[in-house]
Design a protein around this ligand. Structure first.
Ligand SMILES: Cc1cc2nc3c(=O)[nH]c(=O)nc-3n(C[C@H](O)[C@H](O)[C@H](O)COP(=O)(O)OP(=O)(O)OC[C@H]3O[C@@H](n4cnc5c(N)ncnc54)[C@H](O)[C@@H]3O)c2cc1C
Length: 560
């Protein structure tokens, strides 16, 4: 059982009583000082256990509480850290300690409960434990079992997909009990012995040749929609913009289909902690935010097809009688016909043009923050390339697992490109260092075929240094996903979709520009990062996704 360590000089009995409701699932321990808590954490780790959370009073007998967090973090970087301040000190200590929370020194500043059923307090604790469970712990309840002798790029890809879809999963060795069980089940159904084998909740087993095999088996394919059906709105991309459009469209009675090439959540789904999204004072992992939005959309009737990129798009037209013909979105798993389309395909990461790197993608080299891969980095030295907020967040998340994280940037420092709260958090974290004026110019495998080394060049004097590296996380800017769009959808010189007044006058239909989120094709709208001039933030993308729905209504029924 993972441990929760409660720390207070005089109020351990009260805290232990308050945490009584967690004792079925957690080993709740108490300590009366910072040193005692550190020793308790060390014991848990030495016994092969995990520490999920430290909960401490705002004052301790042997250390400043922020200093104590620093020690505990050195012992268990992944544990969530909470202050439960006694009412007598709550206000006074808040002034002193809140700055540390903004810098990521701890996760929550709460008022110690003063009576039974303080659900506000326990909601905060449960959210933090749930967040810990989804990003750190191996799941206790497994929905999908993967059997594979190695954690190769395909196995990792399947795990990443399932994680992002909110499907608890685990990899089992073929000679483990579970591994043998799945292999026997597969053999009994006459299946070829091969790996990875995937068993879903319905105990159906199959060999996965690609991530899409798994997606199709669990969630179906666009061809499952009756060929004659024309849906009111088809949404391309299930990032925040597409998810918001889906929630609003389906909640307002429109038949809605979402086509997503990977898993839901888009870029936001790869973010370990979004701290500036309205209404989540303790932050929320992008994956959990996306899961909630998907469940919300499903409740209103949206159909999702994940693992199916739209490969081409034939815009509809108006026939001789003035009747509009549907737009057709094509995927390898079938076509979808729709009266209106929302393009919310977001952006993709630029590739690093350095010899040896591309063939190691998935084998230590990752684009984006790669939440699943972070767990594999335990004890290794890793490099994050990029100076934006996404690189900063990735470094902080990786530092929970890796021995060291180096952020490599071509500029001298991060101040021009990263938010100051992240820079503060990075400066405070002893495992993270920043190396300016540098770039990765080559990489290669170690003995096991995974990334083993990279060469880093100092761009001031051209000197090159080869260093050991097991993880390379590339967050080096992004370009829109627009290759599937026809020329009829006007884009700017970088490929971002033009909407509203940004459309040049020679592409207007008549005297007026398109509506604010409308493209140059009637009935086709764009929202989120793929739109020229967009803000590149979760809230902005979801706001546009919500706003686009009123334009869709107006297009579908101009008399409204
Ligand atoms: C690591 C990281 C951390 C971030 N942290 C923050 C933060 O803390 N706060 C904040 O406000 N913003 C943050 N951002 C930015 C934020 O995530 C984006 O602005 C937001 O996700 C944009 O949403 P979107 O829906 O427009 O596009 P995306 O999130 O890019 O989603 C687009 C989706 O479309 C899919 N797609 C692409 N092409 C096709 C196709 N042909 N067919 C079907 N599907 C397709 C993609 O797979 C993707 O899932 C972060 C970004 C990253 C990468």
């Amino acid at each position: 059982m993972p441990a929760i360590i409660l720390v207070s000089e005089t109020r351990c009995p009260e805290l232990a009583d308050e945490f009584g409701r967690y004792t079925r699932d957690y080993d709740v321990q108490t300590a009366t000082s910072a040193h005692e808590a550190k020793a308790a954490a060390k014991r848990v780790i030495a016994d092969g256990g995990q520490v999920a959370m430290f909960v401490t009073e705002s004052r301790l007998p042997d250390a400043e509480v922020l200093e104590a967090f620093h020690w505990w973090r050195g012992t268990v970087p992944t544990a969530r850290r909470v202050i439960a301040a006694h009412v007598s000190m709550f206000r006074e200590d808040a002034e002193r300690l809140r700055g540390g929370m903004a810098k990521g020194k701890y996760d929550a500043y709460l008022l110690m409960p003063r009576g039974a059923r303080d659900e506000e307090f326990h909601t905060a604790i449960c959210e933090l434990l749930s967040d810990w469970g989804s990003t750190v712990a191996e799941p206790e309840v497994v929905a999908v079992a993967i059997v594979s002798p190695v954690e190769d790029a395909l196995t990792l890809g399947i795990r990443d997909y399932l994680d992002r879809m909110g499907m608890p999963n685990r990899v089992y060795a073929p000679d483990s009990d579970k591994g043998r069980y799945v292999i026997e089940l597969h053999a009994a159904e006459g299946g070829e012995p091969d790996y990875p084998l995937v068993m879903d909740l319905g105990k159906r087993v199959g060999v996965a040749r690609s991530v899409r095999d798994v997606a199709m088996r669990i969630y179906g394919q666009p061809a499952d929609i009756d060929v004659d059906t024309v849906v009111d709105v088809a949404i391309v991309g299930a990032g925040p913009a597409g998810l918001a459009a889906a929630v609003y469209a389906s909640s307002e009675g429109l038949s809605t289909v979402v086509l997503e090439s990977e898993a839901i959540g888009g870029q936001a789904g790869t973010s370990s902690m979004i701290r500036n999204y309205l209404g989540f004072p303790r932050g929320i992992s992008g994956m959990r935010l996306a899961q909630r939005a998907r469940n919300q959309a499903i409740r209103f009737g949206t159909r999702f097809f994940t693992g199916w990129p739209v490969t081409s798009f034939e815009p509809g037209s108006v026939d001789d009688d003035g009747v509009p013909t549907p737009h057709v979105l094509c995927t390898d798993g079938g076509d979808v016909r729709a009266r209106s389309v929302v393009v919310s395909a977001g952006v993709k990461y630029r590739r690093l043009d350095a010899p040896g790197i591309e063939r190691l993608v998935g084998l230590g080299v990752h684009y984006g923050s790669a939440m699943t891969a972070a767990r594999e980095m335990e004890g290794y030295d890793v490099i994050v390339v990029g100076g934006g907020n996404s690189a900063g967040q990735a470094a902080i998340h990786l530092a929970r697992f890796a021995r060291s994280v180096t952020i490599l940037v071509r500029r001298e420092k991060l101040a021009d490109t990263m938010s100051s709260y992240l820079i503060g958090e990075i400066e405070y974290n002893p495992r993270i260092s920043v190396q300016g004026c540098s770039e990765v110019v080559e990489g290669g495998p170690g003995d096991d075929g995974r990334l083993g080394w990279v060469t880093v060049r100092d761009i001031r004097d051209g000197t090159e240094t080869r260093r050991d590296c097991r993880g390379l996380f590339l967050l080096i800017g992004a370009a829109p996903y627009c290759d599937w769009l026809p020329d009829a959808v006007a884009r700017d010189e970088r490929g971002f979709v033009l909407t509203g007044r940004d459309v040049p006058q020679d592409r207007w239909r008549g005297d007026l520009p398109p509506e604010s989120l409308e493209t140059t094709v009637p009935g086709v709208f764009a929202a989120g990062d793929i739109r020229a001039g967009s803000m590149k933030r979760v809230a902005a993308a979801s706001g546009e996704g919500a706003s686009v729905v009123s334009l869709v209504h107006a297009w579908l029924d101009p008399t409204r």
